[in-house]
Design a protein around this ligand. Structure first.
Ligand SMILES: [Zn+2]
Ligand SMILES: [Zn+2]
Length: 320
């Protein structure tokens, strides 16, 4: 049986025994057409977590940067990962994106306007789906560079983002540890860019999955750089330097998630071959070692307090 078929079968069972009964119970039958696709993306999400685990776990065992007496603080990151990759991401990136794109395309087409796509804007792209896919990835990553850099520049935004930085036991599970409000902003950010550049609905979750794999690897607790190819893709060394624990509490370099080229162009890249301990010296302990609810509540309190203070007091996150 092919892998595709295997995934379809699991998604079919999930749809039949889990999702459809819930939809019918709440009279949400309008969604039943999409239910199977959503299950399929959920299964792909699980598979992506499995692949990440299979690649990163042996790497972390082979050349760890740090050895911890226990891994209790990592458990909450595992929870964040499953919640995001299998729960939230499929709903937001597929079901919602599909609905909103169908609605907006219908709305503009009715008014006699054909929305442009990347292939229609750049003639050479037509018939080169891989190149188009890579270009979509570059654009999304460019948007993400600025989202991340801005989240280090606004006091209220960093109050949320500090949850991501508070982890002292950073591992490949840490990529998804974010505050819910921060996650919502990120999804909206990607969502709007995705709509503007006309990413086809099915490619959107696939793109996010590909980018997310590099992001998970970049958080791994491993002494690994890509040597002469460091400028090409974000390595664990490159991103760890962004997470490096600094007395001043400012992390003002290596913002890119996948392509360091944005840090090079905007002069925030730091290719120093150092593996610093990670964490946020100014974050309350609950953000580092609390459970999921404690982290979310503490993040919300910090965010609320920061809203009352001056908004732009952290500068523009330029490398010192
Ligand atoms: Zn950051
Ligand atoms: Zn990170």
């Amino acid at each position: 049986m092919s892998l595709d078929r295997f995934f379809s079968n699991i998604a079919g069972y999930m749809d039949h025994y889990l999702v459809l009964p819930v939809l019918y119970h709440f009279h949400w039958m309008a969604w039943d057409d999409l239910a199977f696709d959503w299950c399929l993306i959920c299964v792909y999400g699980l598979f992506a977590v499995f692949v990440t685990y299979a690649v990163c776990l042996p790497l972390e065992a082979w050349k760890p940067v740090e050895k911890w007496p226990d891994q209790k603080a990592v458990l909450v990151d595992v929870f964040y990962t499953f919640l995001n990759r299998v729960g939230v991401v499929p709903i937001v990136t597929f079901v919602l994106f599909y609905q909103v794109q169908t609605w907006t395309t219908g709305f503009v087409v009715e008014r006699g306007f054909i929305p442009p796509t990347l292939d229609s804007l750049i003639p050479g792209l037509l018939g080169h789906p891989l190149l188009t896919f890579l270009l979509y990835a570059l654009i999304l990553d460019f948007a993400d560079y600025w989202r991340h850099r801005l989240s280090h520049s606004f006091r209220w935004w960093y109050a949320l983002h500090s949850l991501h930085h508070a982890q002292r036991q950073m591992s490949f599970w840490s990529d998804d540890r974010n505050h819910l409000i921060d996650d919502t902003i990120s999804f909206l950010w990607f969502f709007i860019i995705g709509l503007i550049i006309g990413i086809p609905p099915l490619q959107f979750p696939l793109l996010l999955m590909g980018l997310k794999f590099i992001e998970s690897l970049s958080h791994a607790n491993i002494r690994l750089s890509f040597g002469p190819l460091e400028w090409l893709t974000v390595s664990p060394r490159f991103h760890r330097f962004h997470h490096g624990l600094r007395a001043a509490g400012r992390n003002s370099c290596n913002y890119a998630s996948v392509f360091p080229v944005w840090d090079i162009i905007f002069r925030t890249a730091d290719f120093r071959d150092e593996y610093l301990p990670t964490g946020d010296a100014h974050a309350p302990e609950a953000l580092a070692t609390g459970n999921y609810v404690q982290q979310q509540v503490t993040g919300l309190k910090l965010f609320w307090r920061a809203l009352g203070k001056s908004w732009i007091s952290l500068g523009m996150g330029r490398a010192a």
